[in-house]
Design a protein around this ligand. Structure first.
Ligand code: CP
Length: 324
């Protein structure tokens, strides 16, 4: 089954959230608007709404995470769901249990939603194809394929910082595009929102083949790529996914592609600096840039809670509507 038909029902409502591809602009905007309504909840003294009371959500992370796992957990708790975090290194996966058997056993505990991170591209899609009809699957990052809630929180942050008219924006994504599920999802989301100029800026070895077909302009020179940029998103070098010597050294990468205050002079004076994290200071950017007044890196993390609340409540709402 195609991802689009797996993640949306016949009425175009979300039942799983696996990738940005297959969403339409209306649904993407609905998620962002719903997230906007949840930002108030995270600022209240009692940071809870009862939308998912009685529901059980399992965080199933087969790969390391700091931000995504904790913000999914907080988002679920703020929606009043019960949350289980499965520590894969202490689960029966290490004794040889298959992914499907692990799923079947968790489903037997009447789970309503799985939030999945896996190092295999397509893992969330595979799980969504095998769960019971009442269970939703949310992709929290699969291999090099997709990290859709990250892209949502990024465009949410851009919308809050720059306003809703993406058509007038120049957005430069700088770094290891080749291995980045975040970049792929960001490019799809920015295209859906009709962003005026999407640029990717990277060494030739870190750009996917036929990148232009994604609807972006490709640059191999940092200053040319970020000239006049309204938003610069930096990405980490994903050494764990690199095979062979794609880069001479981190020092050389920093010299050519590391963003410093000095190099930022060519961007717009009010340029917004973003990074999904984890950041490597002194590799993709200087600390001065990461911690400077134009950086919204920590706001991105905060927005992750409201955006994940929106995605989880909308996917669960679908099942309620379907049963009615
Ligand atoms: N941005 C992001 O996915 O961070 P984590 O790997 O810490 O979840």
């Amino acid at each position: 089954m195609s991802t689009a038909s797996l993640q949306l029902d016949a009425h175009g409502r979300m039942k799983h959230f696996l990738c940005i591809e297959g969403l339409n602009r209306q649904l993407l905007t609905e998620i962002l608007d719903t997230a906007e309504s949840f930002t108030g909840v995270t600022e209240q003294t009692v940071k809870k709404v009862p939308l998912l009371r009685g529901k059980t959500i399992v965080n199933l992370f087969f790969e390391a995470s700091t931000r995504t796992r904790t913000t999914f957990e907080l988002a679920a708790k703020r929606l009043s769901a019960d949350v289980l975090n499965i520590n894969i290194t202490q689960s029966s996966t290490v004794k040889g249990e298959t992914l499907l058997d692990t799923l079947r056993n968790l489903e037997a505990m009447h789970v309503d939603m799985f939030v999945v991170r896996h190092n295999d591209s397509g893992a969330a899609h595979f799980i969504a194809s095998h769960v019971a009809p009442h269970v939703s699957v949310i992709n929290a990052g699969d291999g090099r394929h997709s990290h859709p809630t990250q892209a949502l929180l990024d465009v949410f942050t851009i919308r809050r910082t720059k306003g809703p008219d993406f058509g007038r924006l120049r957005v430069a994504i700088v770094g290891d595009i080749l291995h980045s599920r975040v970049a792929r999802s960001q490019i799809h989301a920015l295209n859906l929102l009709n962003t005026g100029d999407i640029r990717i800026v990277a060494p030739r070895t870190l750009v996917p083949a036929h990148a232009e077909s994604l609807g972006v302009h490709v640059y191999h020179d940092l200053e040319a790529g970020i000239e006049g940029a309204d938003v610069i998103i930096m990405l980490r070098l994903q050494r764990e996914r690199m095979q062979g010597a794609l880069l001479p050294s981190e020092h050389e990468y920093y010299e050519l592609f590391g963003v410093t205050e000095e190099k930022l002079a060519v961007a717009r004076p009010d340029v917004t600096i973003m990074h999904p994290g984890p950041i490597n200071r002194g590799v993709e950017m200087d600390s001065e840039v990461a911690d400077g007044s134009r950086s919204v890196i920590l706001e991105q993390v905060t927005h992750g809670i409201a955006v994940r609340m929106a995605v989880m409540s909308m996917a669960m709402h679908h099942h309620k509507k379907s049963k009615a």
